[in-house]
Design a protein around this ligand. Structure first.
Ligand code: 5AD
Ligand code: FES
Length: 352
């Protein structure tokens, strides 16, 4: 490994900050040896804060109806081949109750931007979940909404909100999204969520079309300055019915490297080993945990609809990654020296 890279890793571990061009060097000049050192530092810092605990989130994909048309996404509105579904409030509440029974203490409601899920409908669902499972955190991942909407849902009891920024470079954002979507609005939403009091999640895809190392360096700087409570990163994986069907997927190697970097930038961050990582490699999620991640998000949606929430080709959804097979997941985590805990798993700020 180049001396310069070793120095940058040590600086990052000590100061949790680098310049954009240093981040770029860290990415461009990485070697297997650098990745090993980075992961060792990341795991050490993560163990100081979270021990060997891995938090679980029960993910309910409430609707694949979406008014958006992101070029990378399999459930974009222009994809006429998708069989669309929307769970009923009863189905959602049943899934949440089943998750609580299984030991989940965070429920994530994720969906496309489906106009059916008005503030009233969502607030009702959040209230019901809070009433029946008072010790369970509610996370929303429902896309961009207005300030008043975010506020109302927070007041209804939602604790966290996931909204990946997708890329911190405005021009790159424009190449991944249709003209009616704006980088500025995305960032505004993130600021509003934070201001309202949500534990706020950002994130991006690794290896998305047109992405350069300079873009990734900007993403890292954004993470450093915004300090999201959660950060979802996973490899881009093409979906055959999108404009990016023929693009290459992101790699396991770079995703794991960036997980380690992000852990060092913002030590207490809640960092999932994502489904996309588990999709490109059968042991992807374990590798993510070993790189510094500390969260996994098994699927709690009714089995009958899981295949329809296909953001990218081959998305794993009925095997060991699912919530029913928590025992398999527990064993997998135990086999690498970690343990799944039945806790809300809030961010431990101020631990370092
Ligand atoms: N590959 C990987 N991740 C994707 N997402 C959407 N489409 C893809 C894809 N083709 C991610 C986006 C979005 C999240 C819900 O899923 O980052 O924010
Ligand atoms: Fe934007 Fe699915 S259409 S992420």
């Amino acid at each position: 490994m180049k001396e310069k890279v070793r120095e940058l890793i040590e600086k990052l571990a000590a100061e949790h900050s680098l310049t954009v061009s240093e981040y770029q060097t860290l990415i461009e000049e990485r070697t297997d040896e650098a990745a090993e050192l980075m992961a060792a530092e990341a795991v050490a810092v993560r163990k100081r804060i979270y021990g060997t605990d891995v938090y679980i989130r029960g993910l309910i994909e409430i609707s694949n109806i979406c008014k958006n048309d992101c070029y990378y996404c399999g459930i974009r509105r222009s994809n006429r081949e998708v069989r669309r579904y929307r769970l009923t409030p009863e189905e959602i509440l049943e899934s949440a109750a089943a998750g609580s029974e299984l030991g989940f203490r965070t429920i994530v409601l994720q969906g496309g931007e489906d106009p059916y899920f008005t503030d009233e409908v969502l607030a009702g669902l959040i209230g019901e979940i809070r009433k029946h499972c008072p010790d369970t955190a509610v996370t929303l991942s429902m896309g961009e909404r207005g300030y008043a909407s975010f506020k109302r849902l927070f007041d209804a009891g939602a604790d966290r909100y996931l909204l990946r920024h997708e890329t911190a470079d405005e021009e790159h954002y424009g190449k991944l999204h249709p003209p009616e979507m704006s980088f500025e609005h995305r960032m505004k939403c993130l600021q509003e969520l934070r201001g309202i009091g949500y534990q706020t999640g950002a994130g991006f895809m690794v290896g998305s079309p047109f992405q350069t190392t300079a873009h990734l360096a900007k993403d890292l700087k954004f993470i450093e300055t915004f300090k999201p409570d959660m950060c979802g990163i996973g490899p881009f994986i093409p979906h055959h019915q999108t404009p990016f069907a023929d693009r290459e997927a992101g790699t396991l190697e770079l995703t794991c490297y960036l997980l380690s970097v992000i852990r060092l930038i913002h030590p207490p961050v809640l960092l999932p080993a994502t489904t996309a990582l588990g999709t490109i490699d059968p042991a992807g999620r374990e590798k993510g945990i070993l790189a510094g991640a500390n969260v996994v998000m098994p699927n709690l949606s009714p089995v009958g609809v899981r295949r329809q929430y296909e953001l990218y080709d081959g998305k794993i959804c009925t095997g060991e990654e699912s919530a029913e097979c928590l025992v398999c997941l527990k064993n997998r985590m135990r086999s690498i020296g970690y343990r799944i805990v039945e806790e809300r798993g809030d961010i431990k700020n101020g631990c370092l």
